[in-house]
Design a protein around this ligand. Structure first.
Ligand code: ADP
Ligand code: MG
Length: 277
């Protein structure tokens, strides 16, 4: 009886718990090709749950390709092929027994250019990913999910009074946070972000960074960025990709962000993070 009483009391004060939990990703010996051309060579990377991992490196070294392999988007590119393994909490996402939508639901993606559906309302934009991943949500749960997702993305207070307006009515930075909310509505366990601030001004960039830091406690984040200050500010660990002289991309060095910036082991990492590339 005492236990039941304690449980009832604590239930009353517990905030709404998200049903999702963060997950780890583990890439092993991932290679990628476009036609005959190999662009990634046996990349290994452990992405711990509940942390922010930054992928850094010059253009063309395979960062976006690697990101797309992490949620099975690479296989949709005509002529693309891959080898290796990607485990989500220890389970192979490429297992033929597993449905593509399972990986998509668990692993969301945000792109460089904010891409809300411009004519669709802000409200419907948030829910759009649910349709694409075949997730069913009851009519009454929709309002709560829209508020939850926009709150997590740091956009709720700015748009709560104009949810019927089209996505195109928002600024670039707000559109990017709307895209983050659209991903979060599916309650992913991992969120992949490919240069999410490259199209934004410095102020919007900071706001999106704050959003990243805010959601990092309940979604594992992998972010590609060319902005070294940003990598330094938001990430727990960094992986430095390089494709030297037309050879396929590899990870030269990875480790805790502080080590990569303050005591890199490889001269090329040192040169890159100090802007000498
Ligand atoms: P990054 O994101 O690091 O700039 P990418 O993953 O976009 O690098 O590209 C890695 C390499 O693969 C580059 O040489 C690029 O030209 C090539 N590549 C990317 N996408 C395609 C594609 N759809 N078809 C053919 N080659 C591609
Ligand atoms: Mg890229």
């Amino acid at each position: 009886v005492a236990d039941a009483g304690a449980a009832a009391t604590s239930t009353a004060v517990i905030p709404v718990a998200l049903p999702s939990t963060t997950a780890s990703l583990e890439a092993s010996k991932v290679s990628a090709w476009f036609g005959q051309r190999k662009v990634l060579d046996r990349v290994d990377l452990e992405i711990p749950a509940g942390k922010v991992t930054a992928l850094i490196g010059p253009s063309g070294c395979g960062k976006s390709t690697f990101l797309r392999i992490l949620n099975r988007m690479h296989e949709l590119v005509p002529g693309a092929s891959l080898a290796g393994e990607v485990l989500l909490d220890g389970v192979d996402i490429y297992d033929p027994e597993r449905r593509l939508t399972d990986a998509r639901k668990a692993i969301g993606m945000v792109f460089q250019k904010p891409n809300p559906f411009p004519a669709m309302s802000i409200y419907d934009n948030v829910l759009a990913g649910l349709k694409l991943t075949g997730t069913k949500v009851g009519r009454t749960e929709k309002d709560a999910l829209v508020e939850e997702s926009l709150t997590r993305a740091g956009l709720w207070l700015e748009v709560r009074d104009r949810l019927k307006q089209p996505g195109s009515a928002l600024s670039g930075g707000q559109q990017q946070r709307l895209c983050i909310a659209r991903s979060l509505a599916v309650r992913p366990r991992v969120l992949l972000m490919d240069e999410p601030c490259s199209a934004l001004d410095p102020t919007s960039t900071r706001v999106v960074e704050e959003t990243i830091q805010h959601i990092a406690s309940d979604v594992t984040i992998v972010i590609v960025t060319h902005n070294m200050q940003q990598a330094h500010r938001v990430s727990d660990q960094c992986a430095f990709f390089l494709a030297a002289h037309g050879t396929p991309g590899v990870i030269v060095e990875h480790g805790p962000t502080a080590s990569i910036f303050e005591s890199p082991q490889d001269q090329r990492t040192h040169d890159y993070v100090n802007g000498r590339f």
